[in-house]
Ligand binder design. Sequence first.
Ligand code: HEM
Length: 167
Amino acid sequence: MHTAQSIGGSLHITEQGLALRKQFLRITPERVQALCAVSEHMEQVAPQLVREFYDFQFQFPETAYFFNQYAQQRGISLSTLRQRLEQAQLQYFLEIFREAKRGGDFGSAFLEKRLRIGYIHNEINLPMKWYLGSYALYQDAGSPSSPKRCNNLLSDPLNPPKMLDES
Ligand code: HEM
């Protein structure tokens, strides 16, 4: 299996390319600052968000079937898989805020970790529509009906404040 480095290397992502990607993703200093401002809160609520992420994923027969097959092929129980997923997802999610707190570089080291995760999903033949579709859940990390969460934080990190007061 490729290492993260060789994936990044084979894609020939230059510093300039990386800068362009950050621009495209709108990773601006203001947004980094906004991520920092909510990072402590996110450390608190992330385990719950992650649980809900997988509650959602496991609700759909197709994705639930995928998880079942995956667990069976690897000889692990579904609950073990779920634990592994939650643990990995928790780190993956919090890494966004931790990276912001580290200075918000979101540079090649961060990119390579992200590429590795994308590569893994490719290797396990996860349909792209489910993978990309799941990012909508990220945007929905806080719903208006749940005031303790970040109301559209990730889609609009410049306007995050309500949940900070209400948590
Ligand atoms: C927003 C979309 C998603 C993100 C951010 C995400 C994130 C992750 C991460 C961080 C890992 C751990 C990889 C590692 O270090 O080994 C992982 C593994 C995995 N993901 Fe995803 N995932 C997403 C969507 C999905 C979906 C939709 C499915 C299936 C329906 C899925 C199935 C899996 C499976 C089976 C593994 C391997 C678990 C293991 O062997 O421990 N993922 N995912």
